[in-house]
Ligand binder design. Structure first.
Ligand SMILES: *[C@@H]1O[C@H](CO)[C@@H](O)[C@H](O)[C@H]1NC(C)=O
Length: 143
C-alpha cells in the first residue's frame, strides 16, 4: 500500500511535468514565433515563403507540422484582438475585427527537420484566437 501510493505520487509528479511542458508552447512569445512575421520576410512565392519560414522559426523539429499560418501584420494590432480589436466569440476565444494579411501554409511532402515542403496561400482573413491574460496564445482558426 505504501509502495503503490508512493508510485502514484511519482506518476502525478511526472504527469504534471508533462502537462506544464506541453503548455509552454501556449504563450504570447510562442504565438509570435509561430504566427507573426512583420514586416514580411522576402521570398519568391508563397510556397517558398512557407518552406523558408517553417525552418527559420524551427516549427518542424520532429514532425512536419501539417498547417501553420503567418500573419504579416504588426504584433501590437494582433495583441489587440484580445481587447478592443476583437469580439468575444465564446469562452476565451476572440474574433478579430480587422482582416490581416497572411500566408497560410499546408504541408505537401518531405521530411523534418529541414525538408518539409509546403503549399503557401496568400490571403487576408480575420482570425479567432485564444487569449490568456489579454494576450493571444493560440490561433484557433481563420474566419
Ligand atoms: C513586438 O515585437 C517586437 C520585436 O520582436 C518586440 O520587441 C515587442 O515586445 C513586441 N510587442 C509586444 C506587444 O509584444
Amino acid at each position: 500500500m505504501l509502495v503503490s501510493s508512493c508510485l502514484l505520487v511519482r506518476l502525478a509528479i511526472l504527469l504534471s511535468v508533462v502537462l506544464v511542458q506541453s503548455c509552454e508552447g501556449q504563450s504570447w512569445a510562442a504565438f509570435q514565433n509561430k504566427h507573426i512575421d512583420y514586416p514580411r520576410t522576402q521570398a519568391s512565392n508563397p510556397s517558398a515563403y512557407c518552406n523558408l519560414m517553417m525552418v527559420k522559426r524551427n516549427l518542424n523539429p520532429i514532425t512536419c507540422k501539417p498547417r501553420n499560418t503567418f500573419i504579416n501584420y504588426d504584433n501590437e494590432s494582433v495583441l489587440q484582438v484580445c481587447g478592443s480589436g476583437g469580439t468575444c466569440w465564446q469562452y476565451n476565444l476572440y474574433d478579430s475585427n480587422e482582416y490581416f494579411p497572411m500566408i497560410d501554409c499546408s504541408y505537401t511532402d518531405g521530411k523534418p527537420p529541414k525538408d518539409c515542403k509546403y503549399k503557401g496561400t496568400e490571403t487576408c482573413k480575420r482570425v479567432r484566437v485564444a487569449c490568456e491574460e489579454k494576450k493571444p496564445v493560440h490561433l484557433e482558426k481563420l474566419l
